[in-house]
Design a protein. Structure first.
Ligand code: PPS
Length: 378
């Protein structure tokens, strides 16, 4: 089994990973950013991520992200039957990946149970140092691809092509908590050892790897409003509150008809308890042995709505409410911060995300043209 230590520190391994990164390129080493020391909190964070990159100003991990690949992203050929999943990290990516993989396999668990999720839904910008591009091109159609890149950084064809995109958002407080623990277990993110209070500021200031949480949401929300039949915008809280219904919604969106029995089978297989012990998805069994240190906590950690209450102070919670709630409302997005609220909204409106929130005016201001609120169907 290969290790990051070998790939990035051993002279032999470095033959594969030592890309020359010039200073005036779309990808630079983040530590060479001339503005880095203007914010000490950010600078310390950036320096804690091994070989961190800035890709058109977006902070990315250095390990398993190939600068040569990033430089060519804009020319990446999209296929009309691709299905893309886009998320800010820790929003329910793995969960949705397993769901779509099963939908595309007609709910046949035998077909997926011995195959690592990463080989069934392939992460676009993260991959082996050699051959990733070739692998993506050679994947059998329909390709299932996942990305954490914001809209501003995805291949330009992806915005216009016919292929479908699913975007999953999670409420920002739980998202921040999950990302904090993920930073602590992830070697490629430097096994963060700073305090929670600093981390929460880094999140709110948009300094973390993959950039600003709200801008990420906003870009894809706008795309989903512009192309409602191509971009499905859903939330972690919806998956958590009514998984069978959301599986059906996703299946309809990708034009796969599933029987109720298959939907229920997928829902059972994709419950937190099942996924937590499923080595094909829980990162306990992966080809790189030191990507995670899961002695303190697990990749499949709690899987609930509302864990933020055990981390956020009253003041931090208010800071997030003030910072995000109004801006999200302007995008027609109401977030649920606890399970009762999520349950109530699903019961009353059928969805939490407002699907009827449709249009932009010419000045790109969003106008709400929904009169009856929410819609269950697609
Ligand atoms: S990553 O690293 O960006 O791919 O992480 P991501 O998969 O987006 O998010 C991980 C969080 O999702 C939770 N999770 C689930 N919750 C409920 N049910 C199921 N089936 C499920 N699968 C994954 C996982 O536990 C992480 O959230 P936290 O809050 O840390 O537990």
């Amino acid at each position: 089994m290969i290790s990051l230590k070998f790939l990035y520190n051993n002279p032999l391994g470095k033959l594969f990973t030592n890309d020359k990164i010039s200073k005036n390129s779309v990808v630079i080493l983040a530590e060479t950013d001339p503005d880095l020391d203007s914010d000490q909190q950010r600078a310390q964070y950036v320096r804690s991520i091994p070989k961190a990159l800035l890709f058109k100003n977006l902070l990315l991990q250095g390990y398993l992200v190939n600068p040569k690949f990033l430089k060519k992203i804009d020319n990446f050929q999209i296929k009309s039957d691709d299905l893309w999943l886009a998320t800010y990290p820790k929003s329910g990516t793995t969960w949705t990946e397993e769901i779509i993989s099963l939908i595309y396999n007609n709910g046949d668990i035998d077909k997926v149970k011995d195959k690592l999720l990463a080989t069934r839904v392939v992460h676009f910008e993260v991959g082996p140092p050699l051959g990733h591009s070739r692998w993506l091109k050679k994947l059998k159609s329909p390709r299932l691809l996942a990305t954490h890149l914001p809209v501003t950084h995805i291949p330009s064809q992806l915005k216009q092509s016919k292929c479908k995109i699913i975007y999953v958002m999670r409420n920002p407080k739980d998202n921040a908590v999950s990302y904090y623990h993920h930073h602590r277990i992830s070697t490629y993110l430097g096994n963060y050892r700073g305090p929670w209070n600093t981390f929460v500021d880094l999140f709110a200031n948009g300094h973390l790897a993959h950039g600003d949480w709200f801008e990420h949401i906003k870009g894809y929300r706008q795309l989903s409003i512009q192309y409602p039949n191509r971009v499905l915008f859903i939330s972690y809280e919806e998956l958590k509150t009514d998984l069978p219904k959301m599986i059906e919604l996703i299946a309809n969106f990708v034009e796969r008809k599933l029987s109720q029995e298959v939907i229920d089978r997928i829902a059972k297989h994709c419950s937190f308890d099942e996924m937590k012990t499923n080595n094909m998805v829980n990162r306990e069994k992966i080809p790189i042995k030191d990507l995670f240190d899961m002695t303190e906590s697990k990749f499949m950690r709690k899987g609930i709505i509302g864990d933020w209450k055990t981390h956020f102070s009253t003041q931090q919670s208010k800071q997030f409410d003030d910072k995000y709630n109004d801006k999200l409302n302007e995008l027609g997005l109401t977030v649920c911060y606890d399970s009762e609220d999520a349950y109530h909204r699903m019961q009353t409106n059928g969805r939490i995300i407002n699907k009827n929130f449709q249009s932009f005016d010419d000045n790109q201001n969003i106008t709400d043209n929904s009169d009856s609120g929410y819609d269950i169907s697609l």
